[in-house]
Design a protein around this ligand. Structure first.
Ligand code: ATP
Ligand code: MG
Length: 290
């Protein structure tokens, strides 16, 4: 069966998209024996560096195996770079070599996106044609590796970009991490509307849009009530598991040169991250629902 594409996305920044992408990938690979590919679509490169470490990421970058080179090769060369060549397998610092692979990003990705748009605008392309072009090239690349994984998790940049929209359109399911507070809820409602409209317009088929409460503080009554409100409104689309605001989640982001066990990496948060993986599979591997 081809991999399911899951975009981890929220217009709001700093809500835990990259952290969720990496921790979910690791628990799916380690505990659930799924083969997972992380595609880092964010020029901030957070997920790339978190999951592969700064040295390996740098080596990939020097070898021109980052996403910016893939899209650039489409524009400047007749023959695009094979998407498969970008992928580095078994990147995680967890013991047991779980099947987490990475298609890395680089800061230059921002410049490539800008240059691409400029180039197309000069040639008289409309924005929706550029969007379509990006979606097609992205999908063409992903297609070549889709049978090698069970899940492809796409870590999206915050805000709105043509690449984030391409990830939204390509996705079989969308996972939106969200901090359970009022401001985030407002953002989430507008994002959800836009996402569902885009998915329906462009693909016509059903897709899943799931929400995960992140940076959750149980001692904060606002967080408790907002998370409950989301659950009441979203029902099954809302994860029961909530990711606490906890130093062990923040610390897990730092690469370790010495391989570590899941418990060593995620500390007190290990059972919660494992639960996230279980609940994710229960949601995604059920019949698709909106
Ligand atoms: N549950 C958590 N507890 C403590 N710190 C967290 C938690 N989740 C994320 N963080 C920290 O918050 C910061 C933002 O997290 P992260 O980079 O995952 O968010 P993001 O949504 O990907 O951000 P961006 O929009 O910039 O891509 C990071 O420093 C991360 O280590
Ligand atoms: Mg991020």
């Amino acid at each position: 069966m081809p991999a399911r594409l899951v975009s981890v996305i929220n217009m709001k920044g700093g809500v835990g998209k990259s952290t969720t992408t990496v921790s979910l990938a690791e628990t799916l690979a380690l505990h659930q024996r799924r083969r997972v590919l992380i595609i880092d679509l964010d020029p901030q490169t957070n997920a790339s560096i978190m999951v592969a470490g700064p040295e390996k990421w740098n080596t990939m970058r020097e070898a021109e195996r980052t996403l910016d080179f893939y899209f650039e090769s489409y524009i400047v060369q007749q023959k695009p770079k094979p998407f498969k060549q970008l992928i580095e397998s078994k990147v995680s610092d967890l013991k047991g070599k779980p099947e987490v692979a990475l298609c890395a990003s680089a800061p230059e990705f921002r410049i490539v996106e800008r240059d691409m748009i400029e180039n197309f605008v000069k040639r008289g392309f409309q924005i929706d044609m550029i969007q379509k072009w990006i979606c097609e090239r992205f999908a063409n690349g992903v297609k070549t590796v889709i049978n090698e994984y069970d899940y492809i998790l796409i870590d999206c940049p915050p805000g709105i970009s043509l690449f984030a929209e391409a990830a939204l359109i390509a996705a079989d399911a969308v996972l939106a991490p969200s901090i359970p507070d009022y401001v985030s809820r407002l953002g989430l409602i507008s994002f959800r509307k836009r996402a569902l409209r885009l998915i329906n317009e462009r693909r016509g088929g059903p897709s899943q849009l799931m929400v995960l409460a992140t940076k959750y503080d149980d001692g904060f009554s606002l967080h408790r009530s907002e998370a409950q409100l989301l659950k009441d409104n979203l029902g099954e689309a809302m994860f029961d598991v909530r990711i606490p605001q906890h130093v062990d989640i923040a610390k897990a982001a730092e690469w370790s040169d010495t391989p570590r066990t899941f418990d060593q990496k995620y500390g007190a948060m290990a059972p919660i991250v494992a639960k996230l993986g279980e609940e994710f599979l229960a949601k995604v591997e059920r019949a698709p629902a909106l």
